[in-house]
Design a protein around this ligand. Structure first.
Ligand SMILES: O=c1ccn([C@@H]2O[C@H](COP(=O)(O)OP(=O)(O)O[C@H]3O[C@H](CO)[C@H](O)[C@H](O)[C@H]3O)[C@@H](O)[C@H]2O)c(=O)[nH]1
Length: 273
């Protein structure tokens, strides 16, 4: 990593690189702690050494667990992590905060992502999960494409409008734009050291069943699905209060759920063609 700092003139860092599969982290905790935390600490040592101050960090709504009140604001207390993956995100936030508290010249923003979905509208850039997808939307698009026979809804007996879990699904292009805004705002910060966290979501909570119905309506493809048991570790519902993102970053999600699902489908058709 130091070679990159030596060779490039860096204006700032957006730190995306990390392991991110919840189930895998339970099976291989040390791989998660080693990779996600070591890489961040190395970065935090190199940034001041090479005079690079602005950092945007990929955090996650996983740090909230199942919050008592919805929507969640940045003041909502974090709860103990449900997985080593989630723990690496909470610990990473704390590491950045502590480094800033030590007056290291670092201006950092941790973006707490909700559920990113979709793809670039050109269908040239998207997510290609290895093996069986764990996440809902890739599983839906692979089922629609005939790669998977049937989709299982993990639990239909939650205390939600239709019994299925609620999440805040954000188009990946909106998420990308939030990073551009975050870097712009960090450039305007006058303090030498600062740290803040911002929720990056749409503010809308959607049920799993509604994702399926919207996908079917938008694409005209019927999905073969059944309702199965709850998935261990799933929380019932979470969605973002997005007031701070609007005020602090001058940013709001602009794209609809329908558009996100159409783009996800266009990408799936491209990769399975
Ligand atoms: O085949 C599937 C896959 C998912 N789901 C459901 O769809 C919802 C969304 O599940 P995802 O796996 O797509 O997303 P999660 O909300 O579980 O996980 C996401 O949010 C987490 C924080 O809550 C972590 O950040 C994680 O990395 C990120 O993938 C959940 O209710 C899940 O039970 C199904 O019903 N069937």
């Amino acid at each position: 990593m130091e070679t990159i700092f030596q060779q490039e003139q860096l204006a700032g860092v957006i730190h995306f690189a990390a392991h991110k599969a919840v189930g895998e982290s339970v099976a291989k905790p040390l791989m998660y702690y080693r990779n996600n935390l070591d890489s961040l600490m190395l970065l935090l040592e190199l940034m001041p050494k090479y005079g690079v101050s602005n950092l945007v960090f990929s955090s996650s709504c996983t740090v909230y667990g199942q919050p008592e009140q919805l929507p969640v604001t940045e003041q909502t207390p974090r709860l103990p992590a449900q997985s080593p993956y989630g723990n690496t995100k909470a610990i990473s936030e704390d590491i950045i905060r502590d480094v800033v508290c030590a007056n290291v010249p670092l201006r950092a923003l941790a973006l707490r992502y909700f559920n990113p979905i979709g793809a670039h509208p050109s269908a040239e850039i998207g997510e290609l999960p290895l093996g069986v997808p764990a996440n809902l939307v890739p599983f839906i698009t692979q089922t629609a494409a005939g790669i998977r026979q049937s989709l299982t809804i993990h639990g239909g007996d939650y205390n939600t409008p239709d019994g299925t879990c609620v999440r805040d699904y954000i188009h990946v292009m909106d998420l990308a734009e939030a990073h551009v805004q975050a870097l712009k705002k960090l450039n305007e910060v006058t303090a030498d050291a600062s740290y803040d966290v911002v929720n990056i979501g749409t503010g809308r909570g959607e049920t799993v069943l509604n994702i399926i119905k919207t996908f079917e309506r938008e694409t005209g493809v019927s999905l073969n699905y059944t309702v199965g048991p709850r998935r261990p570790g799933d929380i019932e519902q979470v969605y973002a209060d997005v007031t701070k993102a609007k005020n602090a970053l001058d940013w709001s999600a602009r794209r609809s759920l329908a558009e996100s699902l159409r783009d996800a489908w266009r990408w799936q058709q491209k990769v399975s063609a």
